[in-house]
Design a protein around this ligand. Sequence first.
Ligand code: CXF
Ligand code: ZN
Length: 368
Amino acid sequence: MKEIQAAVLWPGKRDLALEQLAIEAPREGEVLVRVVATGICHTDMVLRDAGITPRPVVLGHEGAGVVEEVGPGVSGFAAGDRVAISFAACGSCRHCEQDVPGYCEQFFPLNFFGARLDGSCGLEKDGEKVHSHVFGQSSFASHCLCPAASLVKVEEDFPLELAGPFGCGFQTGAGAVLNSLKVPAGASIAVLGAGAVGLAAVAAARHIAGAATVIAVDIHQERLEVAAAVGASHSLVGTADDLQEQVMAASPGGVDYVIDTTGKTAFAERWVPLLAARGTLALVASYPPEDAFSFNTVSLMTSGKKIVGVMEGDSDIVNFIPSLMAHFQAGRFPVDKLVRFYDLAEINQAIEDSERGATIKAIVRMPD
Ligand code: CXF
Ligand code: ZN
């Protein structure tokens, strides 16, 4: 066992507590990563507030760092490799075999249940179990244990501190545009919600796909200023009802694509009528489990519209994450404009700022 520092969510608490923990050596197929920085994603707060992940637990699933030790059976990684850590998948079900691991048959146990599939955890505090392996990482920590299959190498000239969110938020938004919807050059798209996922979608749509009309929609004016800076051609504040005229003025006949990143079902469903004929609405956020979506059946059918769910941007992580990083380096994916860095000691502030919308993508740096 090795001593590490981690931010622990204890039973009945909302704030995280910085603790010294002990971490196991990597088991078969695992890698021990020294975390350099880790992003905060809305799903961390969903896991904090929902009852699915047992406590005490270390959250965090947008980690990046340096490989410290590889476990038995690991090939392709060695101590000293710079890596981004993405979500976990089994690697052997039919969806994993078709390179869309976001639909892995074991996605929820592997990512949400705070343990390996055999129920074991890799962390302890004074001999008592602390839940680990959240999204195959639990990276609100100086070190974490990850399946080698969740790791993606990061080039020497890429800033490691910025790499973690490519494993979740950035690939979710950009992947919806590039992998799921395959937005063509010249298309029109509305992105609902100007958080990290939405703004990654905006940047990818405008600068990578070459969409002509990219409408960012939010209720916060400040976020829409950032949307314009990363590629929105139009920024609209308000609800679907208020915006109908402005959307139709920006894109006569309706928009070809809508991506909902708000997680607000009642808001998202108001956009189906604003789609052009044969347009697609993609649902990419966390939605309350009891929500149901409603649409006019005849109008959907006769207009050839589609509503699709998208997990993790339909990303095949080993190919898609490096390609997105190359787009960042070429200036086509300016996600550095979304980021604010915090020290580990400020992690609760980083979460609070993310929740009230003061920071778009908070990234927590680990002490050296
Ligand atoms: C989440 C997105 C919402 C559904 C579950 C997985 N991914 C990462 O945060
Ligand atoms: Zn996430």
